[in-house]
Design a protein around this ligand. Structure first.
Ligand code: MN
Length: 242
């Protein structure tokens, strides 16, 4: 594939990722997804500031890891892009990042009594322990948005080597080796929150063991599983038309 074709394919996949996350209820008016630039690991691609439900290829902008637009072209970027740049900066293994405020996930960011834990094999990808980052700890009273690289780096440090970190009273950040991996994890993070809430109501949930989480993750993040899920989500979201 040519270099230009490679970039065009990445942008197309990113547009589809936006549409899929919107259709699956992970993002609404807010939330965003990025991918590391296929030719330059010091840059990433992210839509201009608009709902992922209506993102198209011309909306995709290129940023340095510090969050500077390479060619803004009059387009207004998302305020919370430091979430993306800080994760790419700290994690060379990460090539896609999702930030969202999924309503079902947020309660687990504010309730220390019920930490988010994997309840089903398809959601094992969230990991054995999901850390919660609180912007107030280091930055005091803010509007809770992650708008500086210092805040982004602090969040990335809480994410550590994992795939998911919750953000207290706000939402979460999800990291993946590929767009498909990050989107898959963000979708099943929300599914897990729904199912865990139901299991907690029934009482005394039995969560997946660390060994089960390891084995289930290997399967769920295999190309076979990711491609099958992506085909389904893309069809549901009408991606053939964008
Ligand atoms: Mn946000």
């Amino acid at each position: 594939m040519s270099t230009a074709g490679d970039l065009a394919a990445t942008i197309r996949e990113l547009v589809h990722a936006n549409r899929i996350l919107a259709h699956e209820g992970v993002v609404d008016a807010f939330g965003h997804v990025s991918v590391r630039h296929p030719h330059d690991p010091q840059r990433y691609l992210l839509s201009r500031s608009r709902s992922p439900a209506i993102v198209t290829a011309p909306d995709i902008m290129e940023f340095t890891l510090e969050g500077e637009a390479v060619d803004a072209g009059g387009r207004r970027p998302y305020a919370e892009r430091p979430i993306h740049g800080a994760v790419y900066e700290m994690r060379p293994d990460v090539n896609a990042v999702v930030h969202n405020h999924a309503y079902e996930v947020v309660p687990f960011s504010v309730s220390a009594a019920s930490p988010l834990r994997a309840v089903t094999h398809v959601s094992a990808v969230i990991g054995a322990a999901v850390p919660v980052w609180d912007i107030r700890t280091r930055f005091g009273d803010t509007n809770l948005l992650v708008v500086t690289m210092a805040q982004g780096r602090d969040l990335a440090a809480t994410l550590g080597g994992g795939r998911v970190a919750l953000m207290r009273g706000h939402g979460c950040v999800v990291a993946g080796r590929t767009l498909r991996e990050a989107v898959n994890t963000a979708i099943y993070l929300r599914v897990n929150a729904i199912l865990q809430q139901q299991a907690l109501q029934l009482g005394e949930p039995q969560y997946l063991s660390p060994g089960e989480i390891e084995r289930c993750t290997e399967l769920q993040l295999s190309a076979f599983a990711l491609d099958r899920a992506w085909e389904y989500w893309a069809a549901r979201a009408g991606c053939e038309n964008v």
